[in-house]
Design a protein around this ligand. Structure first.
Ligand SMILES: *Cc1c(COP(=O)(O)O)cnc(C)c1O
Length: 399
């Protein structure tokens, strides 16, 4: 088998060896239920407390403001559904964006269809940035919540979160951010940014899968999400995922401690890759903001190319990447994010997301760009649309 080049770190990351090491004892010896009173149970409880403190420290939050969940999707669901229930006496209006993760978008659809919420989906500009004037204009006396993702999982664009937080605070509206892609990649001081709720997920930061947290600022009225025992200050019942929480804490500390150096290296490789693709592959377009983007995100559209074919051929070279389009029940719908930044369907279909890690090398990037060049050429040679373009019968839709 060819050596694998993993460039799909926005989908999930490798669990770091020190994370696995830290987790193991909580499966084998320290398996006590944290709510019990004997010694090994106490050790589990201490481990949860330590992890909560570490994570709170990374955000500049208080430990009692961190509520563990079973991942990013649960945290997003909780933030929106429970805030809506708690504040519906004040109003029923929620403002979000067209480029959120489906954990937000489908929850909004549910609240709209089943619970009587009114949702405004903000547009983004061609770089994927939310328009702040549109946000201000959308606010009404009924607005109870603004939910805008910190950084986009497909195109990597980082939103003006501090400005959005200020607007929300000025109007006395709750502000939630899905920071699943941003936590551990960029500093997130929740107080300075006026963030009231924040979602994060372990497996996106070299931690385990199936663990996440929702940060809930003290004073925010929020309903319990899972009813049962008294875990998580009675707001999210269920015996804690102790190994997961332990691993998450180690992953969060590791991400915070290595952030500067790691992201500087990733940014260099990212920009090198972007520059090489732009220079060497004709008729392509970088998606997302050129500089206000995640350190590890590269997203390109290649005209006259089918993204799925490109992915399959990259896989045959041992390269793991992702396309901009999500394959839903057999039909190929182009990504809602790429459509929201104004790409025509044809262009959105020819998109490729490559997300780097701290293990990615320049050799990996060079090999991948060489293969992309080759494959794009091959696919275009089979495309009747490309033939027409070369013959001068049609124009490029890019630039
Ligand atoms: C991955 C992801 C989620 C979902 O997190 P899970 O832990 O996989 O449920 C939510 N939002 C964004 C932006 C993501 O990238």
């Amino acid at each position: 088998m060819k050596p694998m080049i993993y460039l799909d770190n926005a989908a999930t990351t490798k669990t770091a060896p020190e994370v696995v090491d830290a987790m193991l004892p909580y499966f084998s010896e320290l398996y006590g239920n944290p709510s019990s009173i004997y010694t090994i149970a106490g050790k589990s409880k201490e481990a949860i407390t330590a992890s909560r403190e570490t994570i709170a420290g990374v955000l500049g939050a208080k430990p009692e403001e961190i509520y563990f969940t079973a991942g990013g999707s649960e945290a997003d669901n909780w933030a929106l559904k429970a805030a809506f229930e708690a504040y519906k006496g004040k109003g029923n209006h929620i403002i979000t964006t067209k480029i959120e993760h489906h954990a937000i978008l489908h929850t909004c659809e549910y609240l709209e269809k089943e619970r009587g919420a009114r949702i405004t989906y903000l547009d983004v500009d061609e770089d994927g940035v939310v328009k702040l004037d549109q946000l201000e204009n959308a606010i009404t006396p009924e607005t109870i919540l603004i939910s805008v993702m910190f950084a986009n999982n497909e195109i990597g664009t980082i939103q003006p979160i501090k400005e959005i937080g200020m607007i929300a605070r000025e109007h006395g509206i709750l502000f939630h951010t899905d920071a699943v892609q941003a936590f551990g990649q960029v500093p997130i001081p929740v107080d300075e940014y006026d963030i009231d709720m924040l979602s994060s997920s372990g497996h996106k930061i070299n931690g385990p899968k199936g663990i996440g947290f929702l940060y809930i600022r003290k004073g925010v009225k929020i309903r319990s999400f899972v009813h049962g025992g008294a875990q998580e200050r009675k707001r999210r019942a269920g015996t804690e995922n102790v190994p997961g929480i332990v691993g998450y804490g180690v992953a969060a500390r590791r991400a915070a401690e290595t952030m500067r150096e790691r992201t500087q290296k990733e940014i260099q490789l990212r920009d090198y890759m972007i520059q090489r693709i732009n220079a060497e592959v004709p008729n392509c377009k970088l998606n997302g903001h050129p500089s206000r983007r995640l350190p590890n995100n590269v997203n390109f559209s290649f005209e006259f190319v089918e993204g799925e074919s490109l992915l399959i051929m990259l896989d045959m070279e041992g390269i793991c990447a992702s396309s901009g389009s999500a394959c839903t029940s057999g039909s190929l719908d182009p990504s809602h994010v790429l459509l929201a930044i104004g790409l025509p369907h044809e262009i959105a279909h020819g998109s490729l997301r490559l997300t780097l890690s701290d293990e990615t090398t320049k050799e990996d990037i060079d090999f991948t760009v060489d293969k992309i060049k080759e494959i794009v050429k091959k696919l275009r040679a089979m495309s009747p649309l490309y033939e027409d373009f070369v013959a001068g019968k049609t124009k490029s839709m890019i630039q």
